[in-house]
Structures are given as structure tokens and as C-alpha cells.
Design a protein. Structure first.
Length: 136
């Protein structure tokens, strides 16, 4: 998982609206409307990883008052503790603009499941605050 410095840099880039060469939308202070992750679908990997499972994390596209849906990026979070999913240290990835799913490889550990969350970011760097989490 990325370290805290990387997470802060990533969020700074998002806040500046530079992710994916996005244009800064001056005056936009409203975050996207987003319902969070909708599901985690198990997929059979073509090349099995011992001790890991592959999943598609899915969600419906966010809407925004300024940014078009195909320009919204999604921040994927992952944690072993459901209460810590949305901590900055738990950013797993940021999607390309407009995607509504992300393939993750999660370690298989029956005593400590992995929890996932997704938040939407518009071109101005506004991030929604949903608290929806999902796990295998």
C-alpha cells in the first residue's frame, strides 16, 4: 500500500485538479454526488496467485454540478479494519476518468478480511464523503 507521503501527494494533485491533465474548474467547491461501492464481484483469474483472490470492485457513475461523468476519477481505498478504510494511508489506487469498476487482487486471510471503499473526485479536486464499504 502507498505510504502517507504518497497519499498526501496524490490528494494534493487531485485538489489542484491536475490528475489526468484535468482543467481546474475555478469556483467549483461542490463535491460529486456518489453512492459509493455497489459490490465486489469475484473473478476467476487466468493465472492464479497463490494466497490471493481477484475481484472487480463496482459502482455507479457519480454526478457533478460542473464535471462531466466521464471526467470524474475514483479513489480506491483498502484496509484490514472497516473503521480505517477511508484513511489517507489506505489509498490503493486512483482510476482513470470515467471508470465504474476496478480490478483488485486481495490477499486471502479468513481471520482478517480486506475492506474496500470508493470515493469520487471531480476536476476541481472535490471529493465526496460517502462511507460505504464492502468486503469479500
Amino acid at each position: 500500500m502507498p505510504n502517507k507521503a504518497f497519499a498526501l501527494l496524490l490528494l494534493s494533485v487531485l485538489a489542484l485538479g491536475l490528475w489526468g491533465c484535468q482543467t481546474i474548474k475555478s469556483g467549483d467547491t461542490t463535491p460529486p454526488v456518489f453512492g459509493g461501492a455497489k459490490g465486489l464481484i469475484y473473478i476467476t483469474p487466468t493465472t492464479p496467485n497463490i494466497g490471493a483472490s481477484d475481484y472487480y470492485l463496482t459502482w455507479e457513475a457519480a454526478t457533478d454540478n460542473v464535471t462531466p461523468q466521464d471526467s470524474i476519477v475514483y479513489i480506491i481505498y483498502s484496509s484490514a479494519a472497516s473503521s480505517e478504510v477511508f484513511n489517507l494511508n489506505n489509498i490503493l489506487a486512483v482510476t482513470a476518468a470515467g471508470l465504474t469498476s476496478y480490478e483488485v487482487t486481495a490477499p486471502v486471510n479468513p481471520t482478517s478480511p480486506t475492506y474496500f471503499g470508493v470515493r469520487a473526485s471531480d476536476e476541481a479536486g472535490n471529493i465526496d464523503s460517502n462511507t460505504v464499504i464492502t468486503h469479500p
